[in-house]
Design a protein around this ligand. Structure first.
Ligand SMILES: [Mg+2]
Length: 314
């Protein structure tokens, strides 16, 4: 924010100690919770937060576990994930889960674990003009089949629909390098013309309608809760709208945004990567909700202490 900006009420609200009430919204996978592959350290000594088919598949550091407990206890923390509600419910939280959560990249808002019907109806109306999911599914299936063919002996990738929302493919071992490059580039261009965003995260390839965003759902949650805005964290291209819509945001030193060199003036790149970045992110979000007392004029996005402050009564 420029020091020369006119001193309008809106500007003052955004950057001074007018104390807006803020929500903290964050992506989960590779932002707050980590697979063995993405943790960038041995998972021994980390806190398991997700089990699937009888084995642990996600972890956080012990310090991050404590910080997540504080974030949930603040009442102003909203996970914003591309996971379906069912996948989201697998995550274990300290003490209790957050009251609210945004799932399926914004298609679902969970209130105490149950989908909010009013929001789901609004999303359906918003997606009416998008290309049919079956058509997108067929293209994604065609491209991942080509990636599979390039890896002799590899298994069939699964292509799954999240009905009324998006589709994604789960690549098998060794297929990702075959997909990256022209196959992914051509799919991205084609689906962009159909109004879909493509994102490759770990072994999952997502094709998501552009109107389906985390930021729209988080903004609605913030509006309903009487918040003035939100701060955010995320690591992938599907988080970009959320990061840009936030008053201030962070991204880790790994993941899709890091690899592609994506930058934005209000989005700070953290120094850490892997599970350590999850811990740093949780600490930043918490500090953003309860910043230390500072002078009146605070710049956005140069650290948690520089996030616009909120009322101490919140
Ligand atoms: Mg992520």
């Amino acid at each position: 924010m420029s020091a020369a900006a006119p001193a309008t009420a809106a500007t003052a609200d955004a950057v001074t100690a007018a104390a807006p009430r803020l929500l903290a919204a964050s992506d989960l996978d590779q932002t707050l919770v980590f697979s063995e592959r993405s943790a960038a350290r041995a998972v021994t000594g980390l806190v398991p937060v997700e089990e699937y088919q009888g084995r642990t598949i996600s972890w956080v550091t012990p310090a991050a576990w404590e910080l997540l407990g504080e974030l949930v206890a603040s009442g102003a923390f909203v996970p914003a994930t591309t996971r379906t509600a069912e996948q989201y419910r697998r995550i274990r939280w300290p003490h209790r889960p957050p009251h609210l959560a945004v799932c399926a990249n914004g298609a679902t808002v969970l209130v105490d674990g149950e989908p909010d019907a009013r929001w789901s109806a609004r999303v359906r109306a918003r997606l009416d003009g998008c290309a049919p999911l079956e058509r997108v599914h067929a293209e994604v299936a065609r491209v991942v089949a080509a990636a599979r063919a390039a890896v002799p002996g590899s298994a069939e990738p699964a292509v799954r629909d999240v009905p009324g929302a998006f589709c994604y493919a789960v690549l098998r071992e060794g297929q990702r390098p075959a997909l990256e490059g022209p196959l992914l580039g051509d799919l991205t261009v084609l689906l962009d013309g159909w109004g879909y965003a493509v994102s490759l995260q770990g072994r999952k390839l997502y094709a998501v309608p552009r109107p389906l965003t985390k930021s729209a759902a988080v903004a609605e949650v913030a509006r309903r809760g009487g918040y003035d805005g939100f701060v955010a964290a995320g690591d992938s291209l599907l988080d970009v709208d959320l990061l840009v819509a936030a008053r201030a945001a962070v991204r880790p030193g790994h993941g899709e945004l890091f690899r592609t060199g994506w930058e934005h003036p209000r989005v700070r790149l953290l120094a850490s990567r892997g599970a350590a970045a999850g811990e740093e992110t949780a600490r930043w979000l918490l500090a953003a909700l309860a910043p230390p007392a500072r002078g009146a004029a605070q710049k956005e996005c140069s650290g948690p202490g520089n996030v616009p402050s909120r009322t101490s009564s919140a």
